[in-house]
Design a protein around this ligand. Structure first.
Ligand code: GLU
Length: 459
């Protein structure tokens, strides 16, 4: 391998949906690789047989495909490397860097309790460290962590970090059931996948010195590490279901555009001057020139919606039409006109479906509270006269419709709202819509008259 080649990875455990935090970490790992003309690999850490599910792996992969984060090379499944993990554990045993421990659970529980009572951090006391025990049914393999000195590393994001060895444990690398543990598997896989930079969430920061020590014990160089701060909700608490959707696929299903999602995630914790909008290529080209924040980022749905709106506004009309997930919107001129008219009001792809309902379905029921707002004394008479005026209108264009309503309002000596609100309710079934003359033009004269007639009967 070329020494200067950047190889990063994202290593999710497939035990749930891909969360925003994980997606952002993966995005940074991917951008870091791409900005350095390197590769970013996906490793599925599926060693927990009970909690790992194929459906979550599929969901993780689909979410990245949707986001436009394309990993290089084949997906690595950690469970397939089981024998290799064990053989490295044996290698460490042979070279005296690990040892067999037969301490019972009772002894370890007692030890922990005593240490806690003395106000110490619980830690294995090294009873079996020099006993050279042989493996048997109830034994585990522990890593022989150095007793003195420190592990110092230069974190890509947080700068220099130091951990004292004496504060670290002789952690278990193979359990009594023969299962290799996380800190061993990760080191072996990162080594075998020739990972040069491990960019991951800072919830793993305490694992890093352990892993660096294992790399040292194997007499190989450890990767460079970068720990990405967490994403918090707007209340400053760790992002969770309470803050709304946390799964990437949930945002896709809400009608968020992948470009907007990627842009927002990148900006959560990374900046380049004041620029907000970055295409995927711009992110790749500029990632190394920007700044990564050391403080946690705070997620805002409003901000994501803002990005989404920016991307929706900038999108080519025909591309937009193809993306709208709606049963009623078709690729015909009427639907195109509808989309054009409601575009300003839509913040997500799904909004096009809800905002356009009344162009395809006549309003059938009116909410009492809307009727209370729209129907005042004389409203029905006014609506009925306007309907007659509109039905006599020679040219059915929004300008002439607007003019006709204006003249009507002047003649009747009423404010626009007096007729505008009931008219809007009659035609759309709600009190909010684009400009009513434009709605009239699109619906067509016959439909408008029919809807007013129906409303007059229902009001
Ligand atoms: N599988 C671990 C997790 O999902 C990540 C391991 C790593 O990045 O080193 O938290």
């Amino acid at each position: 391998m070329n020494d200067s080649l950047v190889r990063t990875r994202f290593a999710p455990s497939p035990t749930g949906l891909l969360h925003i935090g994980g997606a952002r970490t993966a995005l940074f790992a991917w951008l870091y690789a791409k900005t350095n003309s390197g590769s970013c690999l996906l490793r599925i850490e599926d060693t927990d047989k009970e909690r790992s599910k194929q459906e979550f792996t599929d969901e993780i992969i689909n979410s990245f495909n949707w986001m436009g984060v394309n990993f290089d090379e084949d997906v690595v499944y950690q469970s397939k490397n089981h024998d290799r993990h064990l053989s490295v554990a044996k290698e460490l045993l042979k070279s005296g860097k690990a040892y067999v421990c037969d301490c019972s659970k009772e002894r370890l529980d007692r030890l922990r309790k005593e240490q806690q009572e003395q106000g110490l951090n619980p830690k294995y006391d090294g009873k079996c460290r020099d006993l050279s025990l042989s493996e048997s049914d109830n034994t585990v393999i522990r890593f022989k962590n150095p007793e003195n000195g420190s592990v110092i590393f230069q974190d890509l994001i947080k700068g220099e970090i130091e951990f004292r060895n004496e504060e670290m444990d002789d952690f278990i690398i193979v359990r009594s059931d023969g299962a290799p543990t996380y800190n061993l598997c990760v080191v072996v896989d990162d080594l075998d996948m020739q990972i040069s930079h491990v960019i991951r969430g800072d919830d793993h920061i305490n694992n890093t010195p352990k892993q660096i020590n294992v790399f040292k014990a194997l007499k190989v160089e450890s990767p460079t590490y970068g720990h990405v701060p967490m994403i918090l909700g707007e209340d400053g608490k760790r992002m969770s279901k309470r803050h709304g959707a946390v799964g990437v696929s949930e945002y896709r299903d809400m009608g968020i555009l992948p470009q907007a999602f990627m842009n927002y995630l990148a900006r959560l914790g990374w900046s380049l001057g004041d620029q907000e909008i970055f295409t995927s290529d711009e992110l790749v080209n500029n990632f190394s020139s920007g700044n990564l924040n050391t403080a946690p980022a705070s997620f805002s749905l409003d901000k994501l919606t803002w990005y989404n709106k920016e991307y929706l506004n900038a999108m080519e009309f025909n591309d937009l039409v193809d993306l709208i997930p709606s049963e009623h919107i078709k690729n015909d001129q009427y639907s195109k006109n509808v989309i054009e008219l409601i575009r300003d009001r839509c913040n997500s792809l799904n909004d096009f479906s809800t905002e356009s309902q009344y162009f395809y379905n006549k309003p059938e029921v009116f909410r009492e509270e809307d009727k209370n707002k729209a129907i005042k004394e004389n409203t029905l008479n006014l609506l009925s006269s306007l309907s007659e005026r509109l039905s006599d209108l020679a040219e059915w264009k929004s300008d002439s419709i607007q003019e006709e309503i204006k003249v009507f309002v002047e003649e009747q000596e009423i404010g626009f709202a007096k007729i505008g609100i009931p008219l809007r309710l009659s035609l759309t079934g709600s009190l909010n819509s684009p400009s009513i003359d434009k709605v009239c033009e699109l619906l067509g004269k016959e439909e408008v008259i029919e809807r007013i007639d129906f409303a007059l009967k229902s009001f």
